[in-house]
Design a protein around this ligand. Structure first.
Ligand code: ZN
Length: 199
């Protein structure tokens, strides 16, 4: 089943995710839905907050992008990126392992909005997988960037928070328009929910 991706202005995007204490069957079902939703939306990552749920679960799959390389190291050795996808992140922690690098980012919660973002490249990642096992690896290039973007979501941080002031100013009208549209849609939904159902 595919879930609805919420857009900028939805309060869930600003919520810090609760830690997942145990990977239950319900959490596994949710992960399957998150993966299906990411694929349907042609995204390379999706966090729980983006479907309105503030928990520390996100998914990443960079296989659809051919023109931006990714790097992966497991136990210090280069590893196959495609074979590692899709990647499930539960309670992930990211530590910088290289200098800051710029790259263009978008977000499924910000349709048609893109900006240059600087992030460390590569990063060391420690996370639980969908079996509740601890996974440690180093990720660079697009993969490292996508993971950091999703880990930010899990902490209520959005990519616009990491844009330069100049970029954000250029996008200001688009961002304010998107936020206003989301808020008025939410208000209309709340009003509809309060209205008597009539029969
Ligand atoms: Zn995003």
């Amino acid at each position: 089943m595919s879930l609805t991706v919420v857009q900028y202005g939805h309060p869930a995007l600003r919520q810090k995710g609760a830690r997942v204490e145990r990977v239950t069957p319900e959490i596994r079902d949710f992960i399957a839905e998150l993966l299906a939703t990411m694929r349907d939306a042609h995204g390379i990552g999706l966090a729980a907050q983006q479907v309105g749920r503030a928990i520390q679960v996100a998914v990443v799959d960079v296989r659809g992008i051919k023109d931006r390389p990714s790097q992966l190291w497991c136990e210090g050795e280069p590893a196959d990126v495609a074979g590692f996808m899709p990647l499930v992140l539960i309670n992930p922690l990211v530590t910088p392992a290289g200098p800051s690098a710029g790259g263009t980012e978008g977000c499924l919660s910000f349709p048609e909005i893109f900006g240059e973002i600087y992030r460390p490249d590569p990063v060391d990642v420690e996370t639980l997988d969908e079996d509740g096992q601890t996974l440690k690896f180093r990720a660079g290039g697009l993969l490292g960037r996508a993971i950091q973007h999703e880990v930010d979501h899990l902490n209520g941080i959005l990519f616009i928070d990491r844009m330069s002031r100049v970029t954000r100013d250029e996008l200001r009208a688009d961002l304010e328009g998107l936020q206003a549209a989301t808020k008025s849609a939410l208000a209309a939904e709340a009003k509809a929910a309060r209205a008597p159902s009539g029969g």
